[in-house]
Design a protein around this ligand. Structure first.
Ligand SMILES: [Zn+2]
Length: 235
């Protein structure tokens, strides 16, 4: 069962105008009631541990307050110190902050269908690790990914795709081709292969690789299971 925390109670009280009791509540007083965000992790390993702890709460349906109340909003309004940059799919069932039980100011999230890379996606991830200094870059694939399933079908039966859908298929195709003829479920294999492929591509970035080599950044791949809500780190 969730229990209302001091933070949530304070947020509610602020919204109702109950805090202050005749004197103005300073922003510092309000901010002082919320926990720090990314500055509380020392390295990528701790960032990953924090994500997995949040996912365990999500799996158990014991989420803490999402740090999205008034106090948190004020606390992060002057600056941000997110602790992880995450590339995920656009799938509506895999909202990144929710599955890791994180709130305002905690994560830099980039999403594209199947986690497909293009210049904007790579640049946004580079922004997260180089400008916002997150010590962790996580690539998250997920069970029954529709984008990769569509790519499998497109490769099996080539058809013309309107708009930019063909670009997505072309971008995701290399990982799908890698799994051709492999034992096991073809789509699941493709999701895992795509995470590996994306990580390899990101390691070609002249921004990301030096950070990893210097020990300031950890790269990791993970898999989200729709059936259970559980995230498993793969690499
Ligand atoms: Zn997907």
């Amino acid at each position: 069962m969730n229990t209302p925390s001091r933070r949530r109670i304070l947020s509610t009280a602020l919204a109702l105008g109950l805090v202050g009791c005749g004197r103005q509540q300073s922003e510092e007083q309000v901010v002082g009631t919320v926990p720090p965000t990314g500055s509380s992790v020392a390295d990528g390993k701790q960032a990953l541990e924090r994500l997995l702890a949040g996912n365990a709460r999500f799996v158990a349906a014991q989420e803490q307050d999402l740090d999205e109340g008034i106090a948190r909003r004020i606390a992060v309004s002057k600056g941000q110190h997110p602790f992880a940059t995450i590339l995920g799919c656009v799938d509506s069932r895999v909202p990144i902050e929710l599955v890791f039980d994180q709130g305002l100011g905690d994560l830099v999230v980039v999403r594209s269908a199947g986690g497909a890379l293009d210049q904007s996606v790579i640049g946004s991830l580079e922004f997260g690790v180089a400008e916002l200094h997150t010590p962790l870059l996580l690539v998250l694939g997920h069970q029954r990914c529709g984008a990769l399933d569509a790519t499998i079908k497109a490769l099996d039966k080539p058809t013309a795709h309107p708009g930019k859908l063909g670009y997505l298929v072309d971008t995701l195709a290399p990982a799908v081709r890698q799994t051709s003829g492999k034992p096991g479920d073809r789509l699941t294999n493709a999701v895992h292969a795509n995470v590996t492929h994306v990580l390899a591509e990101l390691r070609r970035s002249p921004v990301i690789t030096p950070l990893e080599q210097s020990g300031k950044l950890q790269l990791a791949g993970a898999y989200y299971e729709l059936d259970t809500g559980k995230v498993t780190v793969e690499s």
